[in-house]
Design a protein around this ligand. Structure first.
Ligand SMILES: [Zn+2]
Length: 282
């Protein structure tokens, strides 16, 4: 089995069929087995093992679904989204088994905080469907939690991989290039456009590898590989500090944590890491 990205897995039974039944959801909130995710400011609370902590239900605004038949809720959290460093520190502690639940709960609560008004008419909207949509109280337009597709990709040329450095990366880190899919674009076109914009290369054979929800705040990372037609780079220095080709040996040494490795690889919870591991294993 090839390695799977962090945030993979079934998570909770989302019980979509119940979402349109507010009385049933209210009944579930008073079920003896019901639990609510505990939050401290921008993140859920973790126990000493990195598992999500659950407590009594006192604000069942968001119905997350069932964990082996037991109802699970989350509250509306007023805190602002955390910055990227706080997010990475949190992910480093989180047990991978709870990552899919975290992804859903975090994206959902951040979406509600930022979408309290109708995007059509500007009037207040209300939570419906157990927290999985909002309905305008004036024009009745329904709005759904957003998911923003992002392509993230490895370009290959002559057995070497293209990786880049963003300005905010820790010293020495290189990772896969990435960018948002634009309206009217296929995944393949977005991969080709981003690689051309950021590194000045043309590619063919775009191939899907794996995907990963990334709840900061609502991305879906779509991991791909592509073949570069040549290896001459023209780097967009407004997006990247640097981009370089790395050999198979250099990638293997970096993933193994070799002290003299050519670069510091992306962290284990990043899909870029999974793409590199898959490429090495292939
Ligand atoms: Zn409206």
């Amino acid at each position: 089995m090839p390695p799977e990205p962090f945030f993979s897995g079934a998570g909770l039974d989302r019980a979509d069929l119940l979402r349109g039944q507010p009385e049933r959801i209210a009944g579930l909130a008073s079920d003896r087995a019901a639990r609510q995710l505990r939050w401290l400011e921008s993140f859920p609370v973790l126990d000493g093992e990195g598992r999500l902590e659950w407590g009594p239900v006192d604000d069942p605004a968001l119905f997350l679904g069932f964990d082996q038949g037991a109802p699970r809720f989350s509250a509306l959290v007023p805190a602002s989204p955390a910055d990227v460093r706080a997010a990475f520190a949190f992910l480093a502690l989180l047990d991978p088994n709870d990552a899919p639940i975290l992804a859903a709960a975090l994206s959902l609560t951040n979406w509600h905080r930022r979408h309290r008004y109708c995007a059509s008419c500007g009037k207040p909207s209300a939570i419906v469907r157990g927290g999985w949509s909002r309905k305008c109280e004036s024009c009745e337009a329904e709005h759904f939690p957003r998911v923003d597709p992002v392509v993230i990709m490895l370009a290959e040329h002559g057995g070497r991989l293209l990786l880049g450095r963003q300005p905010h990366y820790p010293l020495g880190r290189y990772s896969a290039l990435a960018g948002f899919v634009e309206p009217g674009e296929t995944i393949e076109a977005a991969v080709a456009r981003e690689l051309n914009e950021e590194a000045g290369i043309l590619v063919s054979h775009v191939t899907y590898v794996a995907s990963q929800p990334w709840p900061f705040p609502s991305s879906l990372m779509i991991g791909c590989t592509a073949r570069a037609l040549d290896d001459r780079l023209t780097i967009d220095t407004t997006e990247l500090d640097d981009a370089r080709w790395f050999s198979r040996e250099e990638v293997a040494a970096a993933l193994a944590g070799a002290p003299n490795a050519a670069f510091l690889p992306p962290p284990p919870y990043a899909i870029a890491r999974t793409l590199l591991e898959n490429w090495l294993a292939a």
